[in-house]
Design a protein around this ligand. Structure first.
Ligand SMILES: *Cc1c(COP(=O)(O)O)cnc(C)c1O
Length: 409
């Protein structure tokens, strides 16, 4: 028997049925027209942002990283909620601009930007977080041909990583950013080219639930950037401190203590090195803002027994929710928070049930030996924490069942 992860507290029951944004799950399915679907409750996003702004220093801008969920209606809504967008491809750049975000509030990171992406970013006037010397030289050359002054920052590969993070993206040998000791020479080259120098971007890891680890990473980032400012004798107009804020997915996970992070950041920003006195600061969050707002709803097609174990087969699967199947950046497969939406809060059956998708691969499991109410054909399964890295990070063409519907509620 395996525990299920924590259901975000925003989701309540009405007459025994799961409610999403004040609508029952069956109402949401009727609105979408079919299952499987992803429903994103924007009130949850707004609540998270209010909580975050209440504890963070006012001076800190909050950016949304599109990678977590680039659904166009969600982006249009996010544009009014956050201070900027961070994109990581030409496609995301176009999506950010289409959503109406001001180019001055967009930054573009990611290794391997091609010439067309660099040109699009320069023409739009977004800040490019350069990931290598070669990329810097290409950007400067392209800007020269376009006769546009590019807005350039450097992504630094710091000597530290984000302790306890699900995915490490700094410290040691990485494909991300420029190794810290090589940064001062690159900054001189960028400034020497006549480009508009924008400052630094540091991103040390993702999905951390350890506030102390995030505080340490932010503090190390501020020290490092102050050191770079002194080494280069160049001002630092902007500094993106990264993110890494995680959400609880699994049994035993506790929510990240953002009050601890906010208090430490207030202290750190009030005691800044002189070189950073006029710097603007941002953090960039993806899953923390949108992950818990999403619910994936899938209908039960079949229930069968094999060697005494019960398999509940749904019309969804890993082609929409790769992460919930345990095949996206997890070493040990654990169950995501999951419930039977039309039996929300009902008594648990005496035996565990496996919840699986409809793909012809044993990898397609949504929950292993889950303790749930007794499931019947026609029931609706809800997989929570589906707002980030769900639809966008799943192989929707695999097996040809096609994409899930996505909608805001
Ligand atoms: C992936 C990524 C993010 C978003 O990560 P979350 O875990 O969704 O918050 C932000 N910035 C960069 C540079 C990234 O690569």
């Amino acid at each position: 028997m395996t525990n299920l992860g924590p259901i975000p507290p925003d989701f309540v029951s009405r007459d025994g049925e799961l409610c999403i944004g004040g609508k029952t799950a069956s109402h949401v399915v009727a609105e979408a027209g079919r299952t499987p679907l992803f429903a994103y409750d924007m009130a949850v996003v707004e609540r998270r942002l209010r909580e975050l702004r209440a504890v963070m220093p006012q001076r800190l801008a909050i950016h949304y990283a599109l990678k977590a969920n680039p659904f166009a209606p969600l982006l249009r809504h996010m544009r009014g909620l956050v201070d900027g967008f961070d994109v990581a491809s030409g496609g995301e750049l176009a999506a950010a601009l289409n959503a109406g975000m001001d180019a001055a509030c967009i930054s573009f990171a990611g290794p391997g930007k091609d010439d067309a992406e660099l040109a699009a970013a320069i023409e739009a006037g977004v800040t490019i977080n350069l990931e290598s010397h070669n990329e810097a030289r290409r950007a400067i050359a392209i800007a020269g041909k376009l006769a546009i002054r590019p807005r350039l920052a450097v992504r630094v590969n710091p000597a530290f990583d984000l302790r306890g993070s699900g995915m490490k993206m700094g410290g040691g040998a990485r494909q991300f950013g420029v190794d810290a000791p090589l940064v001062p020479a690159l900054v001189q080259e960028i400034i020497g080219s006549g480009a508009e120098w924008r400052g630094y971007h540091v991103y040390a890891g993702s999905q951390s639930l350890d506030a102390a680890a995030i505080v340490d990473a932010q503090s190390a980032t501020l020290d490092m950037v102050a050191g770079l400012a002194e080494a280069t004798k160049a001002p630092v107009p902007h500094c993106n401190l990264g993110g890494g804020f995680g959400i609880p997915y699994f049994s035993g996970d506790a929510s990240l203590n953002i009050a601890t992070i906010g208090a430490a950041l207030r202290r750190q920003l009030s005691q800044l090195n002189n070189a950073l006195r006029d710097t603007s600061f941002a953090i960039e969050l993806g899953r923390w803002l949108v992950g818990e707002a999403g619910v994936y709803l899938t209908r039960v097609i079949d229930v069968k027994s094999s060697h005494g174990e019960t398999f509940v087969i749904t019309d969804g699967g890993l082609h929409h929710q790769l992460a919930a199947s345990g095949n996206f950046g997890t070493v040990v497969k654990r169950n995501y928070p999951l419930a039977i939406a039309n039996k929300f809060g009902a008594a648990t059956a005496s035996d565990p049930q496996h919840i699986v998708g409809r793909l012809c691969t044993p990898l397609d499991r949504l929950a292993h030996k889950a303790m749930l109410p007794l499931v019947a054909v026609g029931d609706l399964v809800a997989v929570f924490c589906a707002g980030a890295y769900g639809a966008t990070a799943s192989p929707e063409n695999f097996l040809g069942h096609g994409p899930a519907v996505e909608l805001l509620v």
